[in-house]
Design a protein around this ligand. Structure first.
Ligand SMILES: [Zn+2]
Length: 170
């Protein structure tokens, strides 16, 4: 059984807690509208006790099958996400000691950290808002331009511009 829960109170100042674990695609149950399929995801996390709160850092690794927002084709995306953030008690907000704009701080008073939540959150943070099979995806014609993949990016942009100008002339 892979480790899923960490009791934060068991972490001492002397030594960070290190966990290597993995969650199956079933456990991750990512939203079907956004993710066609996913591999199991691996998590390595190190949690250290601070004077106030904790620091959590590590990485999340796995891969997803997504659907392109332009051509509707499925494609594979490997994720290798490094993260680091502090976990602070919510009292730190009200006492105004922490700037709420600090993105790498999470507020929680829970003693138990669910590592599945950590992994799911990191995946969501790294899901593209509009997934594209390729930055140069031309939409439904995508399949037809496969052979031009090696063409330089700038050349493609020039071509687009030229086509736009030509359309305007008509
Ligand atoms: Zn596409």
């Amino acid at each position: 059984m892979k480790k899923r829960y960490v009791n934060l109170q068991e972490i001492t100042v002397k030594e960070p807690l290190k966990v290597d674990t993995e969650f199956s695609d079933k456990m991750l149950s990512l939203p079907k509208e956004e993710v066609v399929a996913s591999s199991p995801f691996k998590l390595y996390i190190e949690i250290s006790k601070r004077a106030v709160g904790y620091n959590a850092k590590g990485d999340v690794r796995g891969s997803l099958t997504l659907r392109c927002g332009r051509c509707d084709r499925e494609f594979f995306k490997r994720l290798n996400i490094e993260f680091s953030y502090d976990i602070m008690p919510t009292s730190e907000i009200t006492e105004g000691r922490i700037n709420k704009a600090e993105l790498d701080v999470k507020f929680s008073d829970e003693d138990v950290l669910d590592l599945l939540d950590v992994v799911r959150e990191q995946i969501f943070l790294n899901l593209p808002f509009k997934p594209l099979c390729d930055d140069n995806c031309k939409g439904i014609e995508c399949g037809e331009i496969e052979n031009t993949e090696n063409v330089d990016d700038r050349w493609n942009k020039l071509k687009e511009l030229k086509e736009k100008l030509e359309r305007k002339e008509k």
